[in-house]
Design a protein around this ligand. Structure first.
Ligand SMILES: [Mn+2]
Length: 379
């Protein structure tokens, strides 16, 4: 049996520019810590091989400190082999930092944009061939492993590949499942797609070849929500037939979370809080959660939404962002029919209040609030 850990798209040294300086530093550190936990977990599971299928670093300018920390992590886990396939974000280019890395003997960085391989033995003595390639610039217009086949089909043949299997127009080593089926490799450890299918459907099969995206090791924004991690695989080959079991291992420290609440009918903050409080249960570790809450629906005119009170419903969050897409149009007939200047003001704003564009709605909602207060002599 061979045990393998597969991860990808760490994007170490990401700037997290949408966050404050302190929070971006914490998030940057947390991605590295998640990587460290992945290595330690794989080592504790006695994995033979640790695969990183591209975009280990966010850019071609890895910091020397992070690069050194990575190399030392490789070195201190010497009974596990590390294989890295540079991706479109961290290509093995002419002046790449990869060339400066002091690689320990148990680590292998694929350096060519053609398929190359190395051989190894699992702790139980099974033979493995590990194939891979590197992006050598930010794009790769063909797949280096399409139309390739393993040299020795009787052993376990793995490919570590940064590739796109979805978008035919991609410049990222496009390969189709039908082409994967023709290769006859045993397992393709893919990187590049940050949001893989759910764990139960994560490993797919084409012909006799298994393939999977592990997804980004740690979420870096609201387009990478929920728990993140890598795949722990066990493989055995008997009479040229592979049997494989796997589990998804969640490892990320911070979780990005999008929640939506319909607050239709709310007249004041008490109503708003009552409507959002059931959502609090979905935030398990507030201090480690970056939450974006979207409010929708029609509220009563004059219903003022206090962002801080809304945030407090969820506990001490790492960060909070409120998207208020509501419109103050609930039960607004009194205003609609009001013959005084209040009604005239409301009717003048109505097209904007009913706009499909949430920014226009938000501006109109604010204008209505201030306007009504001013008309009541209460500004
Ligand atoms: Mn990536």
């Amino acid at each position: 049996m061979a045990k393998i850990f597969h991860c990808a798209d760490l994007h170490l040294d990401s700037p997290f520019s949408g966050q404050s300086a302190e929070k971006s530093r914490l998030l940057r550190q947390s991605v590295f810590d998640t990587f460290r936990r992945a290595v330690e977990r794989a080592y504790a599971e006695r994995c033979d091989l640790f695969l990183i299928a591209g975009d280990m670093f966010d850019s071609e300018f890895a910091s020397p400190a992070t690069l050194e920390a990575v190399m030392s992590l490789f070195e201190t886990h010497k009974d596990m082999v590390f294989a890295v396939s540079p991706g479109n974000h961290d290509p093995y280019s002419q002046n790449s930092f990869w060339k400066r890395a002091k690689l320990p003997p148990n680590a292998h960085i694929f350096a060519s944009d053609n398929l190359t391989r190395f051989s190894m033995l699992s702790s139980e003595g099974e033979k493995l061939s590990v194939y891979g390639y590197a992006f050598t610039s930010s794009n790769l217009h063909r797949s280096p492993f399409a139309a390739q086949t393993p040299k020795d089909p009787s052993i376990i043949n793995i490919v570590c590949a940064h590739a796109d299997i979805y978008d035919p127009l991609t410049k990222n080593a496009y390969i189709t499942p039908a082409e994967i089926a023709k290769t006859g490799f045993d397992y393709i450890a893919l990187g590049h797609i940050h949001n893989p299918p759910p764990p139960t459907e994560q490993i797919q099969m084409a012909g006799t070849t298994y393939y999977a995206y592990s997804g980004a090791l740690a979420g870096r924004g609201f387009d990478e929500c929920g728990e993140r991690g890598g795949l722990l695989l066990e493989m055995k080959k008997i009479d040229s037939e592979l049997s494989l079991t796997y589990s998804f291992i969640p490892l990320s420290e911070y979780v990005f979370l999008n929640l939506t609440a319909d607050v239709t009918g709310a007249a004041d903050m008490t109503d708003i809080l009552a409507k959002i409080s059931p959502l609090a249960a979905s935030v398990r570790k507030p201090q480690k959660t970056a939450l974006r809450l979207t409010l929708t629906g029609d509220t009563a005119p004059g219903c003022n939404i206090g962002e801080n009170a809304v945030a407090e419903t969820f506990g001490p969050l790492f960060s909070f962002e409120l998207q208020d897409f509501t419109a103050p149009l609930f039960d607004a007939d009194t205003l609609r029919d009001d013959k005084t200047i209040r009604g005239a003001f409301f009717r003048a704003l109505l097209p904007q209040l009913e706009s499909d564009d949430h920014k226009t709605r938000a501006a109109a909602r604010e204008a209505l609030e201030y306007g009504l207060r001013a008309l009541a002599g209460n500004l």
